[in-house]
Design a protein around this ligand. Structure first.
Ligand code: C2O
Ligand code: CU
Length: 558
């Protein structure tokens, strides 16, 4: 194992991800940010300089558990103080497990401003993956808005509420095409994009070069702000082998659904007519799409990359075919002999009812009727130093359950909510079940998809169900034999999802909907886990708010 050093500067820059010039947040003049590639067991060291002139920044390493380094998790107000403009913070952590990951901003809505990149961890020397392939291709998926995140954030917290709407473009490795199609010949009414395969503009399509009759590993991760996606490759089938950095029991599909926060590896064999190129298409699912699919080109060498595929791009399944989405999701199971089984019983069950509410005329998302707000002093520091005063006033223990009388099929009878910390204190090594319960939103007959992501852990997905969670029926149906290990799990409209994890990683961990505007509107909770066992915090992680004051007064505790 070795240490891999990176020196990064985050800054605003002009960029044309979909051929329209905007300002976004890049790293070292690149968008998406540089790809980190490492081997399991390596230590990653990122010296991150904040070159944004008027706001703080942090970077979260999505899917990396940060075992023993909770201060490097990169969550503002939770694991560290945001890095001030012109200051540098050093992230140092071990990537302990091979897999497909990514990193992104975790302050305000900076992820949606383009602050993200890929993080890929190969198996350690001498180890082998449980499948074989000849080559590898990486696809980082995102969605893109033409309004700045500042306009978006003001709209979300305004009275009356202004929703951000659907994204203007979908991006593959930071590239999309607005208001035109690469496949206009197959798309009625669309005009052909001027950019062609192999061009060097920022919005030129992604080209994936392959040789015939080989097997490729496609790594696919989604860091969308809003969109749930589906990816298909024309004429080719896909074998799913990895989800969120964990191996799964391989299964063959025509396409994959991928929610914000998910990552997958799929194997693809180039067994089609080698004289043609093929489309890779990424379209919207789960919400009525107003955004055209993103396209990339699978380029069978030695064909020219600029040869457009002769057959039409594969269609995206109907956005509201939830039965299809569920059947895909339910097929994801742990790989026998590789995925450890979950503990047979849990010590605690936390039930989280997801509702859309109103607060003084503002629209919020709430968990057990409390909409999450973050404190000015990051929790990891304030809890470790025992600064009770640094907690938000309403952070007294949130509820482990919600009233069974709640009707999940209708808009909330009492839509009013309050704000709070949603801070759950979890005992060291406890086995915790969490039931995420979906419900009807404020409007009638609307219930949305929410992909929930847990920091600091992988969890087993024990089961999914329809309607109100019923303890007896559900526990009997839990899959304790071969549930998949993941860090992100989706809740489907009007349904519930149950997960189990072991609280064996002292720290303060966010657990939230990965849809950026939903998190911004309060859709999350915090798990504080055995903070007394956390090692000494780097000074820079606590040099703000009440922890800075305490440090100056010399009662840093520690
Ligand atoms: Cu990728 Cu807390 O998020
Ligand atoms: Cu959500």
């Amino acid at each position: 194992a070795k240490a891999r050093h990176f020196r990064w500067e985050v800054s605003n820059m002009f960029w044309s991800p979909d051929c329209e010039e905007k300002v976004l947040i890049g790293i070292n003049g690149q968008f998406p940010g540089p790809t980190i590639r490492a081997k399991a067991g390596d230590t990653i060291v990122v010296e991150l300089k904040n070159g944004l002139h008027t706001e703080g920044v942090v970077i979260h390493w999505h899917g990396i558990r940060q075992i023993g380094t909770p201060w490097a998790d990169g969550t503002a107000s939770i694991s560290q103080c945001a890095i001030n403009p012109e200051e540098t913070f050093t992230y140092r952590f071990v990537v302990d497990k091979p897999g497909t990951y990514f990193y992104h901003g975790h302050y305000g809505m900076q992820r949606a401003a383009g602050l993200y990149g890929s993080l890929i961890v190969d198996v350690a020397d001498g180890e082998e993956e449980p499948f074989k392939y000849d080559g590898e291709l990486n696809l980082l998926l995102s969605d893109w808005y033409h309004e700045s995140i500042y306009t978006q954030m003001v709209g979300l917290s305004s009275k009356p509420f202004r929703w951000i709407g659907e994204p203007q473009s979908l991006l593959i490795n930071g590239r999309g095409q607005f208001n035109c199609s690469l496949a206009a010949a197959h798309t009625p009414g669309a005009k052909q994009c001027a950019v062609a395969g192999g061009g060097n503009r920022h919005c030129a399509p992604v080209i994936l070069p392959v040789l015939p009759n080989k097997t490729y590993r496609l790594r696919v991760a989604s860091t969308t702000s809003l969109a749930s996606l589906n990816l298909a490759v024309g004429n080719h089938k896909l074998t799913v082998v990895e989800a969120d950095g964990n191996y799964v029991d391989p299964f063959l599909v025509d396409d994959i659904d991928i929610y914000s926060g998910d990552s997958y590896s799929v194997l693809l064999t180039t067994n089609q007519n080698p004289s043609a190129n093929y489309w890779i298409s990424v379209g919207v699912r789960g919400r009525q799409p107003k955004t055209s699919p993103a396209l990339a080109i699978l380029n069978y060498r030695p064909n020219r990359a600029s040869n457009l595929p002769p057959s039409p791009p594969p269609p995206t399944p109907a956005w509201d075919d939830f039965a299809r989405s569920k059947s895909f999701t339910h097929r994801i199971l742990g790989l026998a002999g590789n995925t450890p089984p979950p503990p047979a019983k849990s010590d605690r069950r936390i039930e989280l009812l997801n509702t859309q509410n109103r607060m003084d005329g503002h629209i919020k998302w709430s968990i057990n009727n409390v909409s999450m707000v973050l404190p000015s002093t990051p929790y990891l520091g304030s809890l470790k130093m025992g600064l009770k005063s640094a907690m938000p006033p309403s952070s007294e223990s949130p509820s482990d359950t919600f009233g069974r009388g709640y009707d999940v099929t209708r808009p909330p009878a009492n839509p009013n909510t309050t704000a709070g910390g949603n801070l759950y204190v979890i005992a060291h090594n406890a086995t915790v079940d969490v039931v995420l319960q979906n419900a009807n939103a404020l409007a009638r007959n609307v219930s949305e998809v929410h992909p929930w992501h847990l920091h600091g852990h992988d969890f087993w997905v024990l089961g999914y169900g329809e309607g109100m969670f019923d303890e007896k029926l559900a526990s009997a149906a839990f899959n304790l034999r071969n549930p998949p290990l993941r860090n992100t799990a989706v809740i489907f409209p009007y349904g519930w999802t149950a997960i189990r994890f072991v609280a064996d990683n002292p720290g303060v961990w966010a657990f939230h909907c990965h849809i950026e505007p939903h998190l911004h509107m309060g859709m999350g909770v915090i798990f504080a886990e055995a903070v007394d066992r956390v090692g000494e915090l780097p000074k820079a992680a606590v040099s703000c708010g009440a922890t800075a004051t305490a440090l100056m007064a010399g009662n840093g505790g520690g």
